[in-house]
Design a protein around this ligand. Structure first.
Ligand code: ADP
Length: 262
């Protein structure tokens, strides 16, 4: 009899614990939603004045740039640089909060992979340092993909900009291959490399490797967004790296996007 009572007490306790956990879980989900909604609306509100600062600074430079002393022109250019950097950060935050809130849409269309890769290399070409070459190779078998071109472009540009930022000499390259309906993209560099202990955390928000000089201008959001975008397209991202030798980031996504593959 008493054993039975003990058992039923234990059962009740378990039930209560379960209930508490469920309540806590719901509360966390609610708070996360609130945080994302707050971030999304705040980023949006921040963008409007930032664009005004950028627009009006450009206007002054264009209309009266020639009349200004060099020093003042220089100062206005610094305003533009900082405003651009801030806008980039705000856009990153907006992207992240949209993804977290489940409000990031996937815009599917058909496009040539090689054209996209060439375009991305072109876009980042101003970041290539004198001792570095940027190359790409796309497998002949890869024709078109049917997925979100804009997001894939952002993935590639993020990885390429990082590779170029952390490479002083040697090569940065993209290799694209295909197997089993998946496109595999490797972005490799001969740069600083990433310490093993940091490899697990670099895909998390606001994580930068301590002590590296090149990271100064970063936000620590690039790889977090890159990973979320890859997952959004039904794919994944991985990294291999050796300090002093370089890094390879590999993204694999389905060549044809399907909604339920997320
Ligand atoms: P950030 O805006 O700081 O570049 P990321 O999320 O893109 O943020 O990267 C996080 C950190 O990972 C970087 O600060 C850098 O320390 C490290 N990292 C990323 N890519 C590379 C790379 N190709 N080579 C060396 N370190 C890298």
């Amino acid at each position: 009899q008493s054993a039975n009572t003990a058992l039923s007490d234990a059962n009740k306790e378990l039930f209560q614990t379960n209930q508490n956990l469920e309540d806590a879980n719901q509360e966390i989900q609610l708070q996360t939603k609130r945080k994302s909604a707050f971030l999304a609306s705040m980023s949006h509100e921040l963008r409007t004045p930032m664009n005004a600062i950028l627009g009006f600074t450009r206007l002054v430079l264009r209309r009266s740039g020639n009349a200004l002393p060099d020093q003042q022109k220089d100062n206005l250019n610094k305003v533009t640089d900082s405003a651009n950097y801030l806008l980039e950060m705000i856009n990153d935050l907006l992207d992240l909060s949209k993804i977290e809130a489940g409000r990031m849409d996937v815009d599917v269309k058909t496009f040539r992979v090689e054209t996209l890769v060439a375009l991305c290399c072109d876009t980042v070409s101003p970041l290539v340092k004198p001792g570095v070459v940027l190359n790409y190779e796309v497998d002949d078998t890869i024709g078109k993909a049917k997925t979100d071109e804009g997001k894939l472009r952002q993935i590639l540009i993020n990885l390429l900009s990082n590779a170029l930022k952390f490479t002083e000499e040697g090569e940065v390259r993209i290799d694209v291959s295909q197997s089993d309906g998946r496109i595999s993209i490797a972005v490799s560099d001969t740069g600083t490399g990433i310490p093993e202990a940091a490899l697990r955390t670099i895909f998390e928000e606001f994580q930068q490797v301590k002590g590296s000089e090149a990271q100064q201008k970063g936000t620590g959001l690039g790889l977090a967004i890159t990973k979320r975008f890859a997952e959004l397209l039904g794919g994944s991202i991985g990294v291999e790296s050796k300090v002093g030798e370089g890094s390879t980031f590999t993204v694999s996504i389905p060549a044809i996007y399907r909604k339920n593959e997320r």
